[in-house]
Design a protein around this ligand. Structure first.
Ligand code: GLU
Length: 288
């Protein structure tokens, strides 16, 4: 791979059929790679077995192919790589950067309600730190008893100097502390989005992470994980979210038109790509 090669990826979670917002994200990443003679990867982020379904994975591949988007190499399916994410969690644990959290949602809500302040981060209210204060012995015995637990990043221990990220030639300072002690493995999900996405971007040599602006805050935490693990810092390009005629963001919960619906209505791939805003995509900087 040349030093300047652009490697992008589209990384949907198979929790439903692709809609126009997904098509926009895929086209954005695909154009950035193709305009630069780079590579475009497809990754299925199906780490959460409570929300993802294999039939949606199959449908995603089919819909992308129908749209005329081709990807390079094999599709990476995260659920097939759990030991790799486990090894990353183990490496962070061995450095004392993770701790087991036995709290239920109700425990956390109670604790927050009882406290004078309830700061919020990008993923919701910040964890009040209850299990961080458990003794080493209590942690060990509760884990040994098989008590269900999540793994949280000890943010104060993990922070080590300023971090930033590069977006379209500009640098932005990161503030990962606003996530508090982020969950890196849930009780019912073996690894979090934040952990898997940074692991895979590094492993797959992604040099330009493209995704919607709604995920821009997550970049602060991702830069911290990359720094802790010694993974390279990719560049970032966060795209606007496409909206309906009334200016509202298209989301699955609003029954946004799926690619399948539009195809069923007789639209051509070119027409669906146009509706997904392909004509308005920013041109790749001439530098590339
Ligand atoms: N899997 C994430 C989603 O479907 C996208 C992850 C990313 O692009 O960083 O929202």
């Amino acid at each position: 791979m040349g030093a300047t090669e652009i490697v992008t990826r589209f990384a949907p979670s198979p929790t439903g059929y692709l809609h126009l917002g997904h098509a926009h994200a895929a086209l954005f990443a695909w154009h950035r790679a193709r305009a630069a003679g780079g590579r475009f990867l497809l990754r299925i982020e199906d780490i959460d077995p409570t929300r993802c379904r294999p039939e949606f994975t199959a449908a995603i591949l089919e819909d992308l192919a129908w749209l005329g988007l081709d990807w390079d190499g094999e599709v990476r399916v995260q659920s097939r790589h759990l030991p790799e994410y486990r090894a990353t969690l183990d490496a962070l644990s061995a450095r004392g950067l993770l701790y087991p959290c036995f709290c239920t949602r109700a425990d956390i809500a109670r604790e927050i309600a009882a406290s004078a302040s309830a700061p919020h981060g990008p993923d919701g209210p910040l964890y009040p730190g209850t299990c961080r204060r458990l003794s080493r012995d209590e942690r060990a015995s509760r884990v040994a008893r098989g008590e269900p637990h999540a793994l949280r990043l000890d943010m104060a221990a993990a922070l080590d100097g300023p971090l930033d990220f590069e977006e379209e030639g500009r640098r932005f300072a990161c503030d990962p502390a606003r996530f508090g002690d982020a969950v890196l493995a849930r009780k019912d999900v073996p690894a979090s989005y934040h952990l898997c996405v940074t692991h895979d971007d590094a492993l797959q040599g992604v040099t330009l992470v493209t995704r919607g602006v709604d995920l821009r805050p997550a970049t602060d935490l991702h830069r911290l994980l990359q720094s802790l693990m010694g993974w390279p810092a990719p560049r970032y390009a966060h795209h606007a979210l496409i909206t309906d005629q009334s200016g509202r963001r298209l989301a699955k919960r609003d029954q946004a038109a799926t690619i399948r619906d539009l195809r069923g209505q007789g639209l051509t791939p070119g027409e669906v790509r146009a509706r997904a805003g392909e004509g308005n995509l920013p041109r790749a900087p001439s530098l590339f």
